[in-house]
Design a binder for this molecule. Structure first.
Ligand SMILES: [Fe+2]
Length: 387
């Protein structure tokens, strides 16, 4: 949930007559969550959103856990990969999964999608590690930049057009539960509080409506139950003249996340950025280190007895790790302690600041790497604490 937003033309009262210039009615669609008890938006279409022309053959679109990987502190070296596939969907490589969430990378060769995508299985969080572009959705146009988190509620119909120049690399998270701002950052009516590391001014909803009203053949690929379903319509799904509500895609830049620091080491919850069913997302950003005269900026050894921790290293020097590149993932599993690499604790003493950027996924259920991840496994990582 972000906040109430409205765009374009909507009637003054919901569920009342709202007519097009030719006298016909606009087609109202309420997009609601948790039945009618969660957040929702009301959209006004030029065409009936149910007018399906044809349905193609569904294709499998799911990932398998690599069960043979077992209990291992894991480093996935994905930094050397330039492309992970042809287009936005075929390039998705989910690398870790449990029954609540999947996380992976996407570095497509094609920058512009010539179809629309709708994920009906879960909310998506796309972190733009590299790339610039525009997301066109039913809710309007949203410019996206390097460092943006894009929260896309399930069933949003969208396509990306990324710029042809420069690298393109996305971190993709798919969540069974809704991806939300953090509850303890909000007051009783949902406003972000003074202690929140970001506020409503940092949340960027779509800024211009993008209405496509030409007839033609429009393909919407719908992910549902681990399959891709091919739906063709005779009009664009982006035929919305107005909408209002609380449910819409938005961007929040990691560069707008204001770090919370202290005299001694602050725990990961100070970096929390989003919450969802079964996991949290945190952002590690450049910040001043702890300022107690005897402080140790490097983290302590840690046993997470009921969660698994993933870090995706986005930018900068990560002070507690050796052998980690930009684009690396580490997965530290519950059941084993983890901590800074040898030498990094002493080295951190007296350091004043860090320039790191990292995205953390902490899950409450155990994660498994997928068979897609096996080729990236750094076999030496489990022993890398032994000098
Ligand atoms: Fe930890």
């Amino acid at each position: 949930m972000a906040y109430y937003h409205r765009m374009g033309d909507i009637p003054p009262k919901r569920h009342t007559q709202f007519r097009q210039p030719d006298g016909s009615l606009y087609k109202e669609e309420v997009v609601s969550s948790k039945g009618f008890s969660g957040i929702y938006s009301t959209l006004y279409h030029i065409h009936n959103p149910n007018q399906v022309k044809s349905i193609g053959k569904p294709e499998p679109y799911s990932w398998k856990p690599a069960t043979e990987h077992g209990l291992n502190q894991t480093h996935l070296k994905t930094s050397g990969v330039e492309f992970t596939g042809e287009d936005y969907l075929s390039a998705r490589r989910n690398l870790m999964m449990n029954s609540d969430v999947m996380m992976g990378i996407c570095a497509p060769r094609q920058r512009k999608m010539d179809y629309y995508f709708k994920n009906a299985d879960g909310d998506e969080l796309i972190y733009i590690h590299d790339g610039e572009g525009v997301m066109y959705s039913q809710f309007g146009k949203l410019e996206v930049h390097k460092g943006d988190y894009i929260v896309i509620p399930r069933t949003t119909i969208y396509r990306f057009e990324f710029e042809e120049e420069g690298p393109l690399r996305l971190l993709v998270i798919e969540s069974v539960g809704a991806i939300e701002t953090v509850k303890r950052y909000r007051n009783e009516v949902g406003q972000l509080l003074e202690h929140s590391p970001y506020c409503e001014r940092d949340i960027r909803p779509p800024h211009d409506l993008h209405i496509e009203d030409k007839k033609g053949e429009y393909l919407v690929q719908i992910k549902k139950q681990g399959m891709l379903h091919q739906y063709s319509y005779g009009h664009s799904p982006l035929d919305i003249v107005g909408w209002d509500g609380f449910l819409y895609p938005y961007a929040l830049s990691i560069y707008d996340f204001e770090p919370i620091t202290g005299r001694i080491h602050q725990p990961p919850p100070v970096h929390q950025t989003f919450q969802a069913w079964g996991f949290v997302i945190c952002s590690f950003v450049p910040r001043l280190f702890d300022y107690h005269p005897l402080s140790i900026p490097a983290p302590y050894n840690h046993s997470n007895i009921d969660s698994d921790e993933v870090l995706y290293y986005a930018e900068g020097e990560f002070m507690s790790r050796k052998g980690i590149d930009r684009g690396s993932f580490t997965l530290h599993m519950g059941g084993l302690p983890h901590g800074p690499h040898p030498g990094t604790v002493e080295k951190s003493i007296g350091a004043k600041a860090t320039d790191e950027y990292a995205v953390m996924l902490d899950t409450f259920k155990s994660l498994q790497i997928t068979t897609d991840a096996l080729e990236f496994v750094d076999e030496n990582y489990p022993m890398s604490w032994t000098e």
